[in-house]
Write a protein that binds this ligand. Structure first.
Ligand code: ZN
Length: 284
């Protein structure tokens, strides 16, 4: 199943995309796709409700705005340098253990809402990523049990201000957390939709020119290990997001580097997880 949230920013309602492509509003029965929803077997309840009452659910108009498909998660954890070619283009050694950092949840925005380049930013950059959404509380889970804790998968553009991330000292979180730096969506695909999350092509274009074209087959640390590893250090709650890293082709890696300017168009996608489209705007 594909879960969507639709409507005005901050007031999104729940919906689904059926296998025949129809999009339904299910907000009469499901107020939000949030921690409570996932923790209470929400996806199975949603399946049952659709069988029972789905024919009464309103169809959504084609032009409805889509927001992030999950209600504000307790945290976004990002994995750094998880593709060898990206580590090399960044001038860094591929890590022997996963690099993890936080991204502020206030950075979340809809998949097509647009990017606001912060007013004093010179180095705003893109990163197409496969993100995992947690479905069950995960605390020190084993690799063997890790995949049972996934609610689904979502496309993420891990926007990054490289000067703030790399030149200002301290932790990467500073360069990852500006408003609109975390477009998520258009939908959350439940695991039955994705035959093998380690065989997905992911790509990104700027102004129609391909910049990134990779495959999750090249992840250094795969999903079972990432969930196991992160849950060793912190409890993962239903709805939490783990973004698994980006392949080569970010702006930082070009010689000279390429960074986003107002008016640029960023398009990205992952097999089975749809596409996003962001126009970059200056922020005043
Ligand atoms: Zn990233």
């Amino acid at each position: 199943m594909k879960l969507i949230r639709h409507g005005s920013p901050g007031l999104e309602k729940c919906g689904v995309i059926l296998s025949d492509g129809r999009r339904l509003d299910v907000s009469v029965a499901f107020p939000n796709y949030d921690e409570t929803f996932f923790a209470s077997d929400g996806v199975n309840r949603l399946h049952a409700w659709l069988e029972d009452a789905g024919s009464s659910a309103p169809t959504l108009p084609d032009d409805v705005r889509l927001g992030c498909p999950i209600g504000r998660p307790s945290k976004i954890i990002c994995i750094g340098l998880n593709y060898r070619d990206h580590a090399e283009e960044s001038g860094m050694t591929p890590p022997s253990e996963p690099v993890i950092f936080f991204k502020a949840t206030t950075a979340i925005t809809g998949p097509n809402d647009g990017l606001h380049i912060p007013p004093d930013s010179q180095k705003t950059d893109w990163e197409v990523e496969l993100a995992v959404v947690i479905g069950r509380v995960a605390r020190r889970v084993t690799e063997a049990d890790a995949m049972n804790h996934i609610a689904g998968y979502v496309l993420h553009n891990d926007y990054s201000e490289r000067a703030w991330q790399l030149e200002r000292g301290g932790q990467w979180v500073k360069g990852k957390s500006a408003d609109t730096f975390a477009p998520l969506g258009p939908w959350l695909a439940t695991p039955d939709e994705i035959a093998d999350p380690h065989k997905l092509r992911l790509w990104l274009r700027v102004n129609g020119v391909e910049k990134q074209n990779g495959t999750t087959a090249n992840l250094i640390f795969r999903l079972p290990h990432l969930i196991h590893y992160v849950s060793h250090f912190m409890t993962l709650l239903p709805g939490d997001v783990i973004s698994t890293g980006t392949p080569a082709g970010v702006g930082l890696g070009f010689k000279p580097p390429q960074y986003l300017q107002p008016g640029d168009l960023v398009e990205l996608g992952i097999d089975g997880l749809g596409t996003q489209r962001q126009v970059a705007h200056a922020t005043f």
